[in-house]
Ligand binder design. Sequence first.
Ligand SMILES: [Zn+2]
Length: 271
Amino acid sequence: MCRGTDLLVHFTYDVPPPLETRFPLAEGRTYWRELHRCTQCGHYLEWFEADQSALYGGEYVSTTYGDSAGIRRTYDKINALAPEQSDNVGRARFVDGYCRSRWPTDRLRDQRPRLLDVGAGLGVFPHRMKEAGWDCTTLDMDERLITHHRDVIGVSGVCADVQTVEGIGTFDLITFNKVLEHIVDPIAVLASVRRLLRVDGLVYIELPDGEAAEAEGKEREEYLLGHHHVFSFASYALLIARAELTLVACERLQEPSSKYTLRGFARTERP
Ligand SMILES: [Zn+2]
């Protein structure tokens, strides 16, 4: 993230850690994975020999949830968590509260604020935001997830890549909840949403906090396969700056699920 070239091998894995999902792409080969760490900004980069670029078009959902019935079962289970145990309830309260405190009340008086949730997955977060009065659009790469968003949650689902999607309008808020760490070039993806932001719109970004997870060792879920990037406080801020956005708030927390998370808001520069 800092364009530094001084990377050191930080963690190595010769067997998958216990919490790691066994994706077919890792089968039939000797398992060897490394995380390299930048000595300057503290960012972590994954090294793994298998190509993961096709994972989110189908294999990720098939391996993680099974099929459409599995998507529904997992959604219902997560949605039924008690509020104090639910990462999504905490996230929706935080995001909704922050935006409403920041925007003048007349902005929200005449119409529901528009949310674009990128990489919405099971859609528990947009479901909670819809309950809080938001007009929600979801993006994902798997048709089965989009059908679930439309039919079960009742939001506008679009199966597309955020970098190339057209015709969805502009938004008051664009959210990336644990998405950018799965992408090889998160800077380009984050920068691409500037065109979809309304004046004074916000981008909310959640990422795994590798620095905070360090104390509990290399088998923590923040470091597992599929995460091309794991962040430090400094590299979180650098990501936003390199996407030509301005960081307006950032904090670290441990969520009810035990995940160590960096979260914050960014905006475009005012003209
Ligand atoms: Zn660096």
